[in-house]
Design a protein around this ligand. Structure first.
Ligand SMILES: [Fe+2]
Ligand SMILES: [Fe+2]
Length: 371
């Protein structure tokens, strides 16, 4: 089935064309590998997985309860608007919220694939090109996985959010080679990773849990790559050049915090204009969403600090957003935990299959002895 049949708002049948700027760079030095980068490349090759095999697609998903989380996570829960809704409308709120969220993950993964392919072309050194090539494949597998999840299990999709699209656009149209890194690897991926993490940790449903945990296992490498490449490069930049990067980061962070709020889901639920405003106000005021929005910066802030964009101006911007304390988060610890969660999930699933197999064997033996 065409995804266009699933879009609840028409997504436009044609492709979205972003003009390319900058140059593709070849290098004839095949032996200048930085050890750390090549180790990451090796890991990128070793850790490829196939969603067709690794994910248990036979698991059922209730589209009206995709993540199996309480209604208190819904922005309008407990408001007069929620109280006025009947159960059918509330079911729609749950479905559209999940469809919107996973659709943005899907479009973001396509963006990540295109940005990493761009990095293959534009980054000057060969070891970074090698690594970005494995990431391009990772992102293709992620997009494949989310697309299948939406198509087979949720049955409803949203077009890309206009603000996410604007951020992708400014990331891709910039001719400076580090901008796709900064926009995609640090900002968009950092945000996505934090959102995946919250959902992975609160979902009670096995299929989304597998998807989120396995995708996160790869994302830890992507963040490591962005940090490694930018940390070295930003040491060489002038004051003015660094300031431009900081402006980009500040603007991008405000945009992600204030604009990526899914107004379109409420507009699409048949609410009146006043009710949409009421819902958006609830989005602003919801205790859960406030916590969620500040958690979204748990990966970005320490990363920005780490790559050397840490002027008083930038720190002030994060203080104004109320997320400056996130700078104390240890990215290493978070990423190590992401890997362990995915590995533990594998172990648990394997142990379960193993014990099912044992029971089956025991049953067969028992059957044989009584027969
Ligand atoms: Fe990804
Ligand atoms: Fe990624």
């Amino acid at each position: 089935m065409s995804t266009h049949d699933l879009y609840t708002i028409p997504a436009g049948l044609s492709t979205w064309n972003v003009d390319m700027a900058g140059t593709s760079k070849f290098t004839w030095e095949y032996d200048d590998g930085r050890d750390r980068m090549l180790a990451l490349y090796q890991k990128g090759k070793d850790k490829q997985w196939d969603s067709v095999r690794r994910i248990d697609w036979g698991l059922e998903v209730d589209p009206y309860d995709v993540l199996g989380i309480p209604d208190t996570t819904i922005a309008i829960h407990g408001t007069p608007l929620w109280e006025r809704m009947d159960e059918r409308q509330r079911k729609d709120v749950r479905l559209h919220g999940a469809a919107w969220q996973f659709s943005q993950f899907l479009h973001g993964e396509q963006g990540a694939m295109i940005c990493s392919a761009r990095i293959v072309e534009s980054v000057p050194d060969l070891d970074s090109k090698f690594y970005a090539a494995t990431q391009t494949m990772d992102e293709a597998r992620h997009a494949e996985t989310y697309a299948r999840f939406l198509q087979e299990k949720v049955g409803l999709a949203y077009p890309i959010n206009e603000h996410l699209k604007a951020l992708l656009d400014s990331t891709l149209t910039d001719s400076r080679w580090d901008m796709p890194y900064l926009g995609m690897q640090v900002l968009i991926e950092g945000l996505a990773l934090a959102a995946f993490g919250v959902m992975r940790d609160i979902t009670t449903k096995p299929l989304p849990k597998q998807i989120l945990a396995y995708v996160m296992q790869d994302e830890a490498r992507h963040v490591a790559f962005g940090r490694m490449a930018l940390r070295d490069y930003y040491k060489e930049l002038s004051e003015t050049e660094l300031r431009e990067r900081e402006d980009f980061v500040i603007e991008g962070c405000y945009l992600m915090r204030d604009r990526l709020r899914g107004r379109e889901t409420w507009e699409n639920l048949g609410l009146t204009k006043a009710e949409v405003d009421e819902a958006m106000q609830a989005v602003d005021e919801s205790e859960y969403l406030r916590l969620f929005r500040s958690l979204l910066f748990s990966r970005i802030v320490p990363c920005v600090k780490d790559i050397g964009l840490w002027s008083p101006r930038l720190q002030q911007a994060y203080a104004d957003m109320g997320v400056l304390e996130m700078a104390g988060q240890s990215l290493e610890a978070l990423m190590k935990q992401d890997e362990e969660i995915a590995e533990k999930l594998d172990e648990a699933r394997f142990a379960e299959e193993e014990s099912e197999r044992h029971t089956e064997v025991a049953d067969t033996i028992a059957l044989g002895s009584t027969g």
